[in-house]
Write a protein that binds this ligand. Structure first.
Ligand code: F0G
Length: 478
């Protein structure tokens, strides 16, 4: 059995030792229980040579500041950036990192109220770009990335647009902001309104948004109305409301939202050192996001920031496929609305407001529009999760769609592909738990071998060593 020792290959042996907090005895390896071999008390890690070996305080501060500008994986991590004070590896690149750390420090006063210049911001954007190595093998596209917008302050891409639109609402002197939502817009709007000292009104379809998203709106202080209709019904009502009441509407119909949402494309290209990928794939719901990303790509080409525009493709759920049908059956000339139904509730939208904008950017960038089934969504979501990344169901349509686009040879194996993951895994825990317990689909679908191989249901056991050992052994064999 491997021992948690400093003499493991790749670990900088000389850097640190274990010291007992009680008897002070020092050793350069520790037993499996991390207790002192002499007195059994707890161990801590210390660095005997650190005064003589290390740069001085001023040098350390300057090293850490410089690393902020670096693109190395270990410098992008808010933990490994400070690796001078953490047990070291010979090869810093080998750290297992998800870009942890780098968390905001908020002042707990309502910002933006007194200072006319101040934008309402929660430190949105700056989201990680991950290489998806397992999903690359599954799809046969080795250069596959995920731009994880679920790492924004309220857990979805909405924050990038909301900071801009909420700031303009405040500037225009509105007291109230409002939106219709499948959940993420309302969570984001409520947070930004709270930060900017605005009141917020949320209209959501009753029973059709996840509890996590609903709980965010409540906690951030929105007046939250669960309407007995679907998202499209909520949006229709909001359109009438804003004509009657002095309420600033913060759906993606609001073009300030889309200007903020454009920045995901700028940030992505900067992360790729301005080498455009061949494909960017986004989920499609109300179609504001695809419109914003497409607009940014076209503007970047116009400004000479990139020479070639990536193809932007939009993926919808089969049960909420208004754009797919609009393009296939009406040649993109008129909207074909649908009665939307999907467990990817974020994109359960049948009458997308920005369909014309989306159709335009698809055409201008040469992108595709595809639909994926509920099972394909669940499978893709579990596959992304198995990379330690995780996203909500609506985001997973991008991987499911990529598989189809590869089959159709629209995406070629040698091309670079970026999936935009729009929301965090924690946004819809019910979906994830039902999936892993095998409760998500009807009996017949639960027999699907590909899905079963991905399922990791929780195991309820008696609290005995034997039971856990047996489970460990079984898991090792599977
Ligand atoms: N992914 C997630 C996680 C979303 O929340 C949404 C939209 C989309 C994708 C689709 O983006 O509408 O710009 O095409 N959610 C909206 C909401 C509708 O109210 O939160 P879109």
């Amino acid at each position: 059995m491997p021992s948690p020792s400093t003499s493991a290959p790749g670990v900088r042996q000389a850097d640190f030792v274990f010291r007992c907090i009680a008897c002070g005895s020092i050793s350069d390896s520790a037993s499996q229980d991390f207790r002192c071999a002499q007195c059994h008390d707890l161990l801590e890690i210390t660095y005997p040579r650190w005064k003589q070996d290390r740069p001085n305080a001023e040098q350390l501060k300057s090293i850490w500041r410089d690393r902020r500008l670096s693109a190395r994986a270990t410098d992008l991590s808010g933990v490994w950036r400070f690796r001078d004070l953490v047990p070291g590896l010979d090869d810093g690149e080998a750290a297992i990192t998800l870009r942890e750390g780098n968390t905001p420090l908020y002042e707990l006063t309502r910002c933006g109220l007194d200072d006319g210049e101040a934008a309402i911001t929660l430190r949105e954007g700056n989201t990680p770009l991950y290489e998806l190595t397992r999903c690359a093998r599954i799809t046969g596209v080795p250069r596959l990335f995920a731009k994880h917008q679920g790492m924004n302050p309220t857990g979805s891409f909405k924050d990038t647009g909301m900071t801009v639109a909420a700031t303009f609402a405040q500037r225009a002197g509105f007291r109230w902001v409002a939106c219709a939502s499948t959940g993420n817009t309302s969570a984001s709007m409520a947070a930004y309104a709270a930060r900017g000292g605005l009141r917020s009104l949320v209209l959501v379809p009753e029973g059709k948004i996840s509890w996590s998203k609903l709980s965010q709106a409540l906690d951030y202080g929105a007046v939250t109305c669960q309407l007995r209709t679907d998202f499209d019904g909520c949006l229709r009502l909001l359109q009438e409301l804003v004509l009657r009441a002095p309420v600033y509407q913060l759906n993606s119909i609001n073009p300030f939202r889309l200007e903020g949402q454009k920045t995901v494309a700028l940030e992505l290209l900067e992360q790729l050192e301005w080498q455009p990928p061949d494909h960017i794939i986004v989920p499609g719901g109300n179609l504001g996001n695809s419109s914003a990303v497409g607009k940014a790509l076209l503007e970047m080409r116009e400004l000479g920031l990139i020479a070639k525009v990536p193809r932007l493709s939009v993926i919808q759920a089969e049960g909420a496929n208004a754009l797919v049908r609009t393009l296939r059956e009406a040649g993109g000339k008129r909207l074909i609305s649908v009665q939307a139904e999907t467990r990817a509730t974020a994109i359960r939208i049948g009458n997308p407001a920005s369909w014309k904008k989306a159709a335009h950017v698809l055409e201008a960038t040469g992108g595709a529009c595809e639909q994926v089934s509920e099972i394909e969504i669940a499978q893709a979501k579990a596959e992304i999760g198995a990379e330690g990344i995780g996203c909500e169901p609506a985001s997973a349509v991008t991987l499911a769609g990529l598989k189809k686009l590869v089959k159709q040879k629209f995406v070629k194996p040698e091309e670079t592909v970026v999936l935009v993951l729009t929301g965090n895994l924690l946004k819809d825990p019910d979906f994830t738990i039902e999936f892993h317990r095998g409760e998500l689909f009807a009996e017949s679908d639960a027999k699907n071998a590909a899905l079963n191989a991905l399922r990791r249901p929780p195991i309820v056991l008696d609290a005995t060593l034997d039971a856990v050992m047996r489970t460990l052994e079984q898991a090792e064999k599977s």
